[in-house]
Ligand binder design. Sequence first.
Ligand code: GRF
Length: 195
Amino acid sequence: MKKIAIFASGTGSNARKLVEHFQQHAHIKIALIASNKPHAPVLNMAKEHQIPVLVFDKKKFTDTDSVLPELQNHGIDFIVLAGFLWLIPEVLIRHYPKRMINLHPALLPKYGGKGMYGMRVHEAVRAANETETGITIHYVNSAYDEGAIIFQKSCPVLAKDTPEDIAAKIHVLEHGSLPMVTERLVRDLGDRVLG
Ligand code: GRF
């Protein structure tokens, strides 16, 4: 069984899609949901599904001897960042090379980097009068939103679309793509491990 940890600090709609997608999976399971927000709605969803949770503050997160051993205790093979905003410490990046992905609500390299998250992204897309936007799934490295791009999908931005309309379109793309892309990556991981 390959085990995935999801890092999320928001409502966790993408985390829920992942949980539902892998619920009956024979070889892949969501084994941990981690958050820096003790009251994040995503943690209630984890409890509903009897998925262990890990909550940390900034000190614990950046402490080299803390989060990694917890992930190892849960046997985590792969990490998905879905609405997680902190920069990932080097120790985790080193330990999960090509085994940690982030979901970003724009077509990187546009509208990425520190401070570019959530509605800020969609407001910037609107302000620039873009005619399309989309989602990016990329590997995580030590700079915000700069790891190698794995998958992108775009959608049109209409002149009448508000940032909220754009956000809704983006969520549809995310929900439709993240579980499938995650499954493919984790399956390939299994193939590599088995040789
Ligand atoms: C998603 O739009 C994702 O692209 C971004 O954070 C958002 C999380 O949304 N990184 P949700 O909490 O999964 O609804």
